[in-house]
Write a protein that binds this ligand. Sequence first.
Ligand code: NDP
Length: 450
Amino acid sequence: MTDQTQHAIHKFMSGLVKRNPDEREFHQAVQEVVETLMPFIMENKKYKDACILERMTEPDRIITFRVCWEDDRGNIRVNRAWRVQFNNSIGPYKGGLRFHPSVTQSVLKFLGFEQVFKNSLTGLPMGGAKGGSNFNPKGKSDSEVMRFCQSLMVELRRHIGEHVDVPAGDIGVGSREISYLFGSYKRMENRYAGVLTGKGLQFGGSLGRTEATGYGCVYFAENMLNHINDSFSGKKVAISGSGNVATYAAEKAHELGATIVTLSDSSGFIHDPDGIDEEKLAFVKDLKEVRRGRISEYADKYSSATFTADARPWSVPVDIALPCATQNEIHIDDARNLVDNGVKVVAEGANMPTDLAATHHFQANKVLFGPGKASNAGGVAVSGLEQSQNALRLSWSHEEVDQRLQIIMRKIHEKCVYHGEADNYVDYVKGANIGGFIKVAEAMIAYGVV
Ligand code: NDP
């Protein structure tokens, strides 16, 4: 990288940090993009002259609102919620809702910013957004979650619509929450429209949506492996998380012949050297989705496994790592451990689970590294397919949706290779950032200064 480019990155980031103080996660997500995009923008004067990067790092709008609800003991509770509508240049805003105590405006801005690139990479007409609340669903009864969702929708309904903004699930927002949200939207607006995705199959959901992010991540990683004439077959895989993305990534990787040796949650990780097969995965899905228990219970049930409290699984020697829990769960020490133990591929199922120093370490050691905006795009891609089915008023079979998902993940991989390959190594971060940027940037230039 030339001194001139480095200077341009530094100048851009200083301005961004000044304009968005105390938004650490947002700074991190932009820094990762700017590092690879700045050289490309400097070579393409039209993007520089139109100030595309300055415009793309400023959300179209952020809606912040209060959510009041009553708990089971009759206490009044107050939470804060946001919808960050980042960019709708190539389609209606689209992106999940997260319910977790760690949710802040900075977290949602990082997620919304990444979503713009991710949605563009899918090739579908979707802009980028993200929303959520600092509400903690853990330990709440179904009735409390329902009352919270209903109260949140009282405000959110003013800002969404099938041609405006179509939210979906994310951490803490699964089929239960989407159902409550959709039910209250429908009641208040008296219209039945595809304003949310991830809906139940009985009311407009798509077959294959539940599995899409995890399966898509494994399809993307399989493409990475195929590109170097390799595959999942016979590989040892570490997965973090035990929610939606993690369990379906584990299911598909197992189906492709890999041995899954870890899963985790926010209390620690389990290591099962014998492998986590269909039967054990069914136990985990029931444990986390239905009984809402802790992953440590896996080690109580299966004697082949050990549970390590307050730790992440990256010390376990594996060929492939799929971080599928949350942001910033692979730091430099974890990356060093993984590299020293011979990891070949890291594909992010979660959003920004790898921090910048760890990403650089993987790349410096020629580990193939798939960033979330490419490797976890399968979820939003099938959400896009759910919107198409809602608009057409029909539903496609599981096989048809899965085939479309596989094609979309293959095409995203091709874009990454096209923009990111040099000297027999694919820089997937560069490939995804440039590949996602071009379509949005061209649309913004075409619209003029708006
Ligand atoms: P879930 O809520 O289903 O599962 C989240 C998992 O991550 C749980 O095992 C949870 O453990 C764990 N986790 C959450 N926070 C932390 C933390 N601070 N430290 C350690 N573990 C944590 O969410 P999803 O599987 O849907 O989402 C996982 C990731 O994938 C997120 O980054 C999300 O943005 C991303 N993603 C999801 C998509 C989707 O379609 N669902 C689409 C694209 C990306 P615990 O049970 O203890 O909370």
